[in-house]
Design a binder for this molecule. Structure first.
Ligand code: NAD
Ligand code: UD1
Length: 340
């Protein structure tokens, strides 16, 4: 069985390659390397002891994708390729609609032509928008508040329409909460370009001395210590959820051939709890200042995990200390990321 993994050289995709190679699948990666490096794929091969096929290309190039699906006789697609920075999406919305929406449309058209109709799609908890009640269940209203989130919702709607039109499609939509951490080997991990937008990479760079201080965005939220609470999930748990979701596709029948599931732990940690946990894992002091809230942030966001347990027989196993220790191990072994 050969799986096409789009965006497979990226942070989550490279971990997914390892999980699928370890499970015995053959893997073909399609990536345009706009936010990644082939070193992650060489490392994924090193970890699993198996080879994968890398094709440099763009998901928006329908003819290339179709040829590739046919040539490698792919049976399913896991679709990670896309742009993911909320702030950037407000400055360059057209780039986000082009890459995420048009890119997925072309991919789906290529799949239809090649007769490949099993798909796992990377969505995000950002599709829920401001939580009306917590924990967030999959039935929560979908009301994203930024262009990035809207591209994810448009793709989700496109997938639901496609599944309804033809019982041959089997589609799993996975809504990620906050993926963090790295493979326990320290060979692959997150390697953001420039100043990190997200909390964990920022804390990491303060711990390693690349940045002086963390700015904590707001200490006046109605949370246990006033700072924002999120559901951080270890990236290896997350990609194991993809393997379970892929297996779950074969249990779908034609009447109910598309599901959307949260991938989170169900636990929320505050910014200050993350700082403390990382200090323990790294044995370093993380200096921080409180600064005003970041526009668009919510106080708390965490998943209801029941549906994932029931439908996928999956729940996250790794704890906060594993997320911090594995991140620190990756950073210590690769202080300059993949450019070492
Ligand atoms: P990433 O940027 O590390 O990986 C994305 C990969 O896709 C990169 O290797 C990039 O080069 C490639 N790519 C981008 N556009 C492409 C295109 N048009 N054609 C081919 N390749 C292309 O990001 P990630 O963190 O691994 O995220 C993967 C997916 O998960 C994205 O769809 C993202 O929106 C989604 N997601 C991520 C998070 C997160 O916190 N990391 C949270 C929710 C959802
Ligand atoms: C952000 C995105 C979300 C995306 C997710 C991917 C926004 C509004 N949301 O989620 O759509 O799916 O990343 O991982 O951008 N924080 C600080 N200082 C920092 C960075 C963050 O205090 O330098 C705080 C934030 O205010 C928040 C928490 O840390 O309370 C987590 O922030 P972040 O890692 O950016 O994730 P989200 O905002 O949850």
């Amino acid at each position: 069985m050969t799986i096409l993994i789009t965006g497979g050289a990226g942070y989550i995709g490279s971990h997914c390659c390892v999980t699928f190679l370890d499970a015995g699948y053959d893997v073909v990666v399609l990536d345009n390397l706009s936010n990644s490096n082939t070193a992650s794929l060489t490392r994924a091969e090193e970890i699993s002891g198996r080879k994968l096929v890398f094709e440099q290309g763009d998901v928006r190039d329908q003819a290339t994708v179709e040829t590739l699906l046919k040539r490698h006789e792919c049976t399913a697609v896991i679709h990670f390729a896309g742009l993911k920075a909320v702030g950037e999406s407000t400055r360059y919305p057209l780039a986000y609609y082009d890459n995420n929406v048009i890119g997925t449309h072309r991919l789906l058209s290529a799949m239809a032509n090649a007769g490949v109709r099993d798909l796992i799609f990377s969505s995000s908890a950002t599709v829920y928008g401001e939580p009306q009640q917590l924990p967030l269940t999959e039935e929560h209203s979908l009301n994203p508040v930024n262009p990035y989130g809207r591209t994810k919702l448009i793709v989700e709607d496109m997938l639901r329409d496609l599944a309804a039109s033809d019982p041959g499609w089997r589609i799993g939509i996975l809504r990620y909460f906050n993926p963090v951490g790295a493979h326990a080997s320290g060979l692959i991990g997150e390697d953001p370009l420039g100043v990190p937008n997200n909390l964990m990479p920022f804390i990491t760079q303060v711990a390693s001395g690349r940045r002086e201080k963390l700015n904590v965005f707001g200490n006046d939220y109605e949370t246990r210590d006033g700072t924002g609470v999120r559901d951080y999930i270890h990236v290896v748990d997350l990609v194991e959820g993809h393997l379970r979701a892929y297996h779950a596709l074969s249990n779908l029948d034609g009447r109910d051939n598309c599901f959307a599931v949260n991938l989170g732990t169900g636990d929320g940690y505050s910014v200050l709890e993350m700082v403390k946990a990382f200090e323990r894992a790294s044995n370093r002091i993380i200096s921080y200042d409180f600064v005003p809230r970041r526009a668009g942030d919510v106080a708390e966001c965490f998943a209801d995990t029941k549906k994932a347990q029931e439908l996928l027989s999956w729940s996250a196993e790794r704890e906060l200390h594993n997320m911090c220790e594995d991140t620190w191990n990756w950073v210590c072994k690769n202080p300059k990321g993949y450019s070492d």
